[in-house]
Design a protein around this ligand. Structure first.
Ligand code: AMP
Length: 218
């Protein structure tokens, strides 16, 4: 399984990536999670990336490409990976193609989770993230058993700085301008598989599995 998950912020890429990682024993490379870890550990990379993330802008391509290239080269990652949040523009997609070729690998498919703007706004506005394990909940659609406390690790839930309203709007603008063109880019290459991303986590997961079942050899 060598897959890219494409879709707007809040389309459920992170949630589905965690599931696919387990199911297909693949390396999950979630660009946003990797960056947030760097920021919280105050590494040089984290310091450089933090300001971009807080404003809802993309961090510079060169930073992101270096991170992903390093991770893909680890272990058997180039043979089985789920990329979530990378690539996010055409330059990164071209870079991905080159790095995979260097690793004697290639992309098998791109799952594009289609979710309308108003659903994204509702999902991201109510999203709460665990400070410790990164698990995500939603005030309305997927509330934790105890308000403010992570069901998985009992860590504290908080609203990510970039899930505040004005930053959400900035992230959506960046998505529409820079990332959305990747749908056409991958469609042209015959790699794009579109999926309705509206519904519960389980419903979207079932659609994803059905699509993958059609595509991947048993
Ligand atoms: P996410 O959790 O995927 O929504 O990512 C959170 C933030 O991390 C984004 O709004 C960007 O600032 C940054 N980021 C994530 N992935 C990338 C990428 N591929 N290129 C540049 N910046 C990224």
């Amino acid at each position: 399984m060598r897959l890219v998950l494409l879709g707007p912020p809040g389309s459920g890429k992170g949630t589905q990536a965690r599931f696919l990682e387990d199911r297909f024993k693949a390396c999950r490379l979630s660009a946003g999670d990797i960056l947030r870890t760097e920021v919280s550990e105050k590494t040089p990379l984290g310091r450089e990336a933090g300001a971009f993330i807080a404003k809802g802008q993309l961090v510079p391509d060169r930073l992101m490409e270096n991170i992903i290239e390093t991770r893909l080269a680890e272990g058997a990652c180039a043979r089985a990976f789920v990329l979530d949040g990378f690539p996010r523009n055409v330059a990164q997609a071209n870079a991905l193609e080159i790095m995979l070729r260097k690793l004697a690998s290639s992309l098998q498919l791109v799952l594009y989770l289609r979710v309308p703007r108003e659903v994204v706004l509702e999902r991201l506005g109510g999203r709460r993230t665990c400070r410790d394990c990164g698990a995500m909940f939603h005030e309305k659609f997927d509330p934790p058993r105890r308000p403010g406390v992570c069901d998985r690790c009992r860590g504290e839930l908080h609203q990510r700085e970039d899930d505040r309203e004005e930053t959400i709007l900035a992230r959506l603008g960046v998505y529409e301008e820079e990332t959305l063109p990747l749908a056409a880019y991958y469609r042209q290459r015959g790699l794009l598989h579109e999926l309705d991303g509206v519904g519960t986590v389980e419903e979207v997961r079932a659609r994803a599995l059905k699509e993958l079942g059609r595509f991947l050899p048993r």
